[in-house]
Design a protein around this ligand. Structure first.
Ligand SMILES: Nc1ncnc2c1ncn2[C@@H]1O[C@H](COP(=O)(O)OP(=O)(O)O)[C@@H](O)[C@H]1O
Ligand SMILES: *[C@@H]1O[C@H](CO)[C@@H](O)[C@H](O)[C@H]1NC(C)=O
Ligand SMILES: *[C@@H]1O[C@H](CO)[C@@H](O)[C@H](O)[C@H]1NC(C)=O
Ligand SMILES: *[C@@H]1O[C@H](CO)[C@@H](O)[C@H](O)[C@H]1NC(C)=O
Ligand SMILES: *[C@@H]1O[C@H](CO)[C@@H](O)[C@H](O)[C@H]1NC(C)=O
Ligand SMILES: *[C@@H]1O[C@H](CO)[C@@H](O)[C@H](O)[C@H]1NC(C)=O
Ligand SMILES: *[C@@H]1O[C@H](CO)[C@@H](O)[C@H](O)[C@H]1NC(C)=O
Ligand SMILES: *[C@@H]1O[C@H](CO)[C@@H](O)[C@H](O)[C@H]1NC(C)=O
Ligand SMILES: [Mg+2]
Length: 524
């Protein structure tokens, strides 16, 4: 081929490339929506965007309710919203807590008409971080194309010529066109408060000890900086990974986009005000990520290298002190979950509904943290109701209380849920006690009812064993000869009474174990 023709062909190819590039750029950046903007006096309090109009409502410095009205540009919206057009992720209402100044913030987006954010008024959420804001409607890209076709063509021609000139002169790279980036835009990556701080420090700084979680944008920034290392667990909804964030280990539970509701719910529960506790799995962040073909929903928590209590008991035994300490930590976590703290910044009572050894994690000093709050329900004390519609039998069949199995539980009474949790706690105490090593003697690890039902039992099989035959796990004789095991035995029996009202409360169990431990220490 003649070198001349070859050069011409590559020039044509370059020109076509430039056209396509500019067309893409232009369609991407159509600033077609006008919004109210409270920080744009020079533009008659108006901003224009390719994305959404946005309103936030918050308690201002003076105590009154204030509003911000801004534009939310497409480039600042997480991928999932862009790719699916569904109301996930960004426009959730959010609460920001800060040790020195408690701030609540609700935010919402819309794009159905110009200035649609002018009339968006939001209820400040009482205690949740994530509550979906339903205000979405998509405008068709065909409309934009038709309306904007004339300037598009003009721009393509001018742009292409410019691009062509620049490229043929081989002035490659360098020309970063910095998009306008005023106060009316919202940052996602590398939030300023993330600079040079550890996770622990940050959580302490922003959650006032027992508050409700990191600001939404900070959560997103953390999530985007995590590298997944290895799979550490498999559960109901997908995989749990060990990840690294700035040299620290974190656990990442990944839900598929089909399980959006579960992800959402679990993140919401973890961020209940005042939930943070040593014996509840520490929540770090929730985020949605798109790897190009698949949307992943992430839930990021503290990582515990011993894994679940189930894994731990399968591999280890412990002495009586270890057993009491472990049981006490679980009872303490459950008592905190169940407790209802009064006051404006109070904590609602929460029932777990899926308590079992696989959903409890073992920390480095052999105390435990209760995890997997995906099925938990919260008590609304003012209306005496549960905060979500109930589908009766959820949880793990093996650990279901008799009243759950035979559906006689009174679901209108919140204490019923707590009592079902306490029944499961009794079974967990049995699992732990078997692994208590006294004078070199211990029992092999087993799941409760291992000898009464097959693996993955049906409701009917469980009901026959637990409700009809009223069986409970067998008690090895050796337990009678050791005081700590006798204490555990008495407790577990009082946890798994058939009569739910007769069962102990988590708080009572905590106090009993705590007193026993103190008396043991005094003897030493
Ligand atoms: N923070 C964590 N640290 C270590 N292992 C974990 C952690 N979270 C979960 N795992 C492991 O992953 C398993 C499943 O986690 P879980 O939260 O119960 O998910 P699912 O809701 O799918 O059951 C647990 O049983 C445990 O083995
Ligand atoms: C500014 O906006 C108001 C309505 O918000 C409109 O009445 C007024 O004409 C506008 N002024 C200019 C100079 O565009
Ligand atoms: C917390 O609030 C104080 C007082 O308003 C402020 O100075 C500080 O920057 C805030 N910290 C964070 C992390 O937002
Ligand atoms: C906002 O509300 C006012 C009064 O209710 C109404 O006149 C106005 O048209 C509304 N604006 C928009 C953009 O909906
Ligand atoms: C939140 O507070 C409002 C009043 O400020 C009240 O009407 C509403 O019931 C509360 N919701 C919850 C879940 O506590
Ligand atoms: C995205 O994730 C899905 C599911 O984990 C995987 O099958 C797919 O290969 C990933 N795609 C890319 C581009 O990484
Ligand atoms: C276990 O470690 C936690 C901190 O990780 C600490 O608060 C707690 O007191 C420790 N418990 C015991 C019994 O040492
Ligand atoms: C269940 O136990 C409570 C408290 O011990 C008792 O008052 C009640 O009568 C018992 N109910 C039944 C049906 O045995
Ligand atoms: Mg689980």
């Amino acid at each position: 081929m003649h070198p001349r023709t070859q050069q011409n062909m590559s020039r044509t190819a370059l020109f076509v490339f430039c056209c396509i590039f500019w067309l893409g750029q232009f369609i991407n950046g159509v600033q077609s929506l006008k919004c109210k903007c409270d920080v744009c006096p020079e533009a008659n309090y108006t901003c224009q965007t390719d994305g959404y109009c946005f309103t936030t409502t918050f308690f201002g410095k003076t105590g009154g309710i204030e509003h911000n009205y801004r534009c939310l540009h497409k480039k600042n919206i997480p991928d999932i919203v862009q790719s699916s057009g569904i109301s996930t992720g960004f426009c959730y209402e959010s609460v920001i807590t800060n040790r020195s100044d408690f701030t609540k913030m609700a935010s919402s987006c819309c794009n159905d008409r110009d200035f649609c954010n002018a009339n968006l008024t939001l209820q400040l959420p009482n205690d949740t971080l994530y509550t979906p804001a339903p205000k979405y409607s998509s405008f068709s890209s065909l409309e934009i194309l038709l309306l904007a076709s004339i300037p598009v063509i003009l721009l393509i021609v001018i742009g292409s010529v410019l691009c062509y000139c620049v490229m043929t002169k081989r002035k490659r790279g360098g020309t970063h066109h910095h998009l306008r980036h005023g106060e009316d835009s919202i940052e996602a990556p590398d939030h300023p408060i993330l600079k040079g701080v550890s996770l622990q420090h940050m959580l302490e700084m922003t959650t006032s000890g027992s508050g409700s979680g990191l600001p939404l944008l900070v959560q997103r920034s953390i999530a985007r900086q995590i590298q997944l290392v290895e799979i550490i667990g498999q559960g109901r909804f997908g995989e749990v990974w060990r990840g690294r964030w700035r040299g620290e280990n974190v656990a990442v539970k990944i839900f598929s986009s089909r399980e959006e509701r579960s992800w959402f719910r679990e993140a919401e529960i973890y961020q209940t005000v005042m939930l943070r506790h040593d014996n509840i799995l520490g929540f770090i962040a929730a985020d949605n990520k798109d790897n190009g073909t698949w949307t992943q929903l992430w839930l990021i928590t503290d990582y515990h290298e011993y894994g679940s209590l189930f894994d731990f008991l399968g591999r280890n035994t412990m002495d009586t002190n270890g057993m009491i300490r472990m049981a006490l930590s679980i009872a303490t976590g459950l008592a905190h979950l169940h407790m209802d703290i009064m006051g404006t910044q109070g904590k609602p009572a929460i029932a777990h509904r899926d308590l079992k050894s696989k959903n409890i994690l073992v920390k480095s000093n052999f105390t435990c943290a209760i995890g997997d709050l995906g099925l938990a329900v919260r008590h609304d004390a003012t209306t005496d109701t549960v905060d979500i519609p109930l589908n009766n039998r959820v949880g793990t069949k093996r650990y279901m209380a008799p009243e759950v199995l035979d559906e006689t539980m009174n679901v209108n009474h919140f204490d019923s849920f707590k009592r079902a949790d306490v029944y499961a706690l009794g079974l967990i105490f049995w699992e732990i006690a078997r692994r208590c090593n006294v004078g070199g003697i211990y029992d092999e690890y087993q799941l409760p009812f291992y000898d009464a039902v097959p693996s993955d039992p049906t409701i009917e099989e469980m009901r026959r064993v637990v409700c009809v035959d009223k069986q409970r796990p067998n008690i090895p004789n050796r337990w009678q000869s050791c005081e700590a095991l006798r204490v555990m035995l008495k407790l577990m029996k009082e946890c798994w009474y058939h009569n739910a009202t007769a069962r102990l409360t988590a708080l009572r169990i905590k106090k009993t174990l705590s007193n026993f431990r103190t008396s043991e220490e005094l003897k030493m």
